[in-house]
Ligand binder design. Structure first.
Ligand SMILES: [Zn+2]
Ligand SMILES: [Zn+2]
Length: 331
C-alpha cells in the first residue's frame, strides 16, 4: 500500500513527508483493519510533523481523523461487520488500569497511545486500530465531511462541556479553523451567543456566515462580557486579552495540545474567580455523545479537499492559515 512516512520532523515547507510503498498492516487479535477513504488534517499533525511534539515513533504515518471501512477483524475482534464505516480518532488506546482510566478520565491516561503519533495513522491506504477505540459513523455525513468531526469536532465538544456554557450565555471562540467552525454550530445549537476573535479575514467571513453575533480580531474587545471562552489558536499571547474579556467567575478553556509561551499578566485579569483550564484529548464518551449530537443538528463541515498525493501541500496551507474550515485528504 502507499503511505506517507515522517522519518524526521522538519518545517513543512521542506516537505518532510515521503510517499512510500509499505506492507498493509496486519490487525492483532483485538484490532480491525480499515481501508481509509478520507483523513482530516489537524493542527496536531502539524505539531507532529514539525517536531513541536517530541517524536514517539519513527518513521510514523501521521493522521488521526480517519474515515474508512472495516476490511478485516482480528481473531478476537467481533464488534463490527466487514464493510462497516468507522472513524478512528486521536485517542488510539488507553491502559484501562491507571487512576485516570478507572475514574472516567481516560483522556488523561498515564500510558496512552495516539493515532498518527505513537502509532501509525491515516495518511495511508490502510491502518489498524483497536475495535473498542473506533466509532461507527452515523449516516448523513459523507466521508469527507465526517473526517474533521473526529478530532476538531470531538475536542471542541469537550471544550464546550468544560466551559459550562448554557442557553443564553456568551461564548468567545479565539481562532476559527477546523475546530472553531464546528464548535460554533454546537454552541448555537445549545442556545449560546457566540463571539469570534480571529486574525484571518476569510475566517471572520466564515464565522459571520455560521451565525457569530460579533466577529473581531484576537485583540479586539468583544462588546459584551463573556461567560466563557475557548482558545483554539496555539498562540499564548491571546490569553491575557481573552481573560480581560471574561466576566467575573468566567472560564477560559485552552483547547490546543501545544501553545506558544503565555506572557505574564496582572493578577487583576484572573482575580474575581476567573479560571483557566486546558483540555487534553477526549474520552470515548465525549466522542460518542458528540457524534450523536452532530448527526442531530446536523453539523455542516466546510472541508477543503486535497488529493492524497498532496499531503505536504495541505500541511503547508494549514500552517499559513490557507484553509477555510477543515483540510481533508481524499483517497
Ligand atoms: Zn490509563
Ligand atoms: Zn487533532
Amino acid at each position: 500500500m502507499q503511505a506517507w512516512l515522517l522519518h524526521k520532523p522538519a518545517a513543512v515547507e521542506t516537505r518532510p513527508l515521503s510517499l512510500e510503498q509499505v506492507p498493509v498492516p496486519t490487525p492483532d487479535e483485538h484490532e480491525v483493519l480499515v481501508r481509509v477513504t478520507a483523513c482530516g488534517i489537524c493542527r496536531t499533525d502539524l505539531h507532529v510533523v514539525e517536531g513541536e511534539l517530541p517524536p514517539r515513533k519513527s518513521p510514523v504515518t501521521p493522521g488521526h481523523q480517519v474515515v474508512g471501512v472495516i476490511e478485516k477483524s482480528g481473531r478476537d475482534a467481533g464488534k463490527y461487520k466487514r464493510g462497516t464505516r468507522v472513524g478512528i480518532p486521536w485517542l488510539h488506546k488507553t491502559c484501562g488500569q491507571c487512576l485516570y482510566c478507572r475514574t472516567g478520565l481516560e483522556n488523561l491516561c498515564d500510558s496512552p497511545e495516539f493515532t498518527g503519533y505513537t502509532n501509525d495513522g491515516g495518511f495511508a491506504e490502510y491502518t489498524v486500530a483497536h475495535e473498542d477505540f473506533v466509532y461507527p459513523l452515523p449516516g448523513g455525513f459523507g466521508d469527507l465531511q465526517a473526517a474533521p468531526l473526529l478530532c476538531a469536532g470531538i475536542i471542541g465538544f469537550r471544550c464546550l462541556r468544560r466551559s459550562g456554557i448554557a442557553a443564553g450565555g456568551n461564548l468567545g471562540i479565539y481562532g476559527f479553523g477546523s475546530a472553531g467552525h464546528v464548535c460554533i454550530q454546537v454552541a448555537k445549537h445549545l442556545g449560546a451567543n457566540v463571539f469570534v476573535c480571529t486574525r484571518e479575514e476569510k475566517h471572520r467571513r466564515l464565522a459571520t456566515e455560521l451565525g457569530a453575533v460579533w466577529v473581531g480580531s484576537t485583540v479586539d474587545e468583544p462588546p459584551e462580557k463573556l461567560d466563557a471562552s475557548i482558545v483554539f489558536a496555539p498562540a499564548g499571547e491571546i490569553v491575557p486579552p481573552a481573560l480581560a474579556a471574561l466576566r467575573k467567575g468566567g472560564t477560559l478553556i485552552l483547547g490546543g495540545i501545544h501553545m506558544s509561551p503565555i506572557p505574564s499578566f496582572d493578577y487583576d485579569l484572573l482575580y474575581q474567580e476567573r479560571s483557566i483550564t486546558s483540555v487534553a484529548n477526549n474520552t470515548r464518551g465525549d466522542g460518542k455523545d458528540f457524534l450523536r449530537i452532530a448527526a442531530e443538528i446536523p453539523i455542516h463541515t466546510e472541508a477543503q479537499i486535497f488529493p492524497f498525493e498532496r499531503a505536504n501541500e495541505a500541511l503547508i496551507a494549514l500552517k499559513h492559515d490557507g484553509i477555510r474550515g477543515a483540510a481533508v485528504l481524499q483517497f
